[in-house]
Design a protein around this ligand. Sequence first.
Ligand code: NIG
Ligand code: FE
Length: 417
Amino acid sequence: MNVDIKIINIGHLYTPKKPAKSYQVDTLTNVEIAINNGKIIAIESALDTYEAKTTIDALGKVVLPGFIDGHTHLVHGGSRENEFDLKLNGVPYMDILKQGGGILSTVAATKNASVESLLTQANKSLDHMLRFGVTTIEAKSGYGLDTDTERKQLEVNHLLNEHHPIDIHSTYLKAHALPKAFKDSKDEFIDSVLDDMEQIKEDKLAQSVDIFCEDGVFDEKDTQRVCEKAQTLGLSLRIHTDEIKPIGGTKVALEYEAKSIDHLIMISDDDIALAKETMTLCNVLPSTSFYLNKPYAPARKMVDAGCMVGVSSDYNPGSTPSENLQFSMHLAALKMGLTPEEILCAVTLHPATSLGIDDHVGMLDVGYDADLIICDVPNLAYFFYHYGINHVTDVIKHGKQVVKKSQLIKEENHVIN
Ligand code: NIG
Ligand code: FE
């Protein structure tokens, strides 16, 4: 049989096994993979009967499913190195926001940015992610806080999704910060969040809705209003909650069957007990704890309780300006005490389940998308033990090699600028 790609000489292939939340990982040794029309068509010990247009020699390295980064703020204007000094001098993240900086300074930069410049900047970030082995992401708006700029961000997501190999799931996050003009009329701002949601759904600009439920930003009632409207419109929920001060967002999100609850540094034992009964992704963001010098979310406790834990980068210009999901994975091991197998599930099958795409991505099996990476490590434990470097040498997305020996392969439609 003729196929597009054959990967030979795989040392070990590791893949999570269904059901999600079981944290089971299969290890296959000395196998080969055949790929045709973007799909995996065979994983066997010898595929001599398959004639391939391209044969990739994995040189005894490790193959994993492409990583899924389930929480990013990909599209934004500018950067915030001008606040780095304040941060290094110990000014808390929320104080910078209260002074009109933080998220609000990125809002100003994003409003002023052209679509072209947003595309160029985000495309560069996507290229970094791809080199680190990420093949699917979730990306939020939230740096507009007005109708046009929020839509501009989501439209950029849409264009990037068409032109870049990484698949993008879009989330509408107008309720990310309260604009100054609404400082005495928060309810009216939430009204505008709800009003815009209808057209966003109609125009298919986002599949999910988010709100930053945090002391001094939006409260339990605001979260409830946003969840109610999203549920009515049939949009999924992915909620920023329990990051700095626990104010009830997690319970509301779980009541509305959110697909994902994110941050969770301050999650209570009661809420862990609620979350473990659900298929809501408990999405921890250890790079944010690292960058803000905050405690790490109790991920070990959540896994032990039976929650579906995810690990994501939270890439954004303020609380963690790094596209490197592998760094978050290393922190999940070293600072949160998760095992290599648990973390593999947390960046593949679990976010895939939360995004509703686990029937074709998130694991390696016949019939699944050929989204996979080759890592220059002898085994899975080594991937976590040897930290601070990029282990990924090759990336295959939808059956196409897009990174070869750590170099991007740029095709015409992959270059946006
Ligand atoms: O998830 N906490 C709220 N939102 C982002 C940070 C956004 C920013 O600082 O620009 C987060 O950490
Ligand atoms: Fe975030």
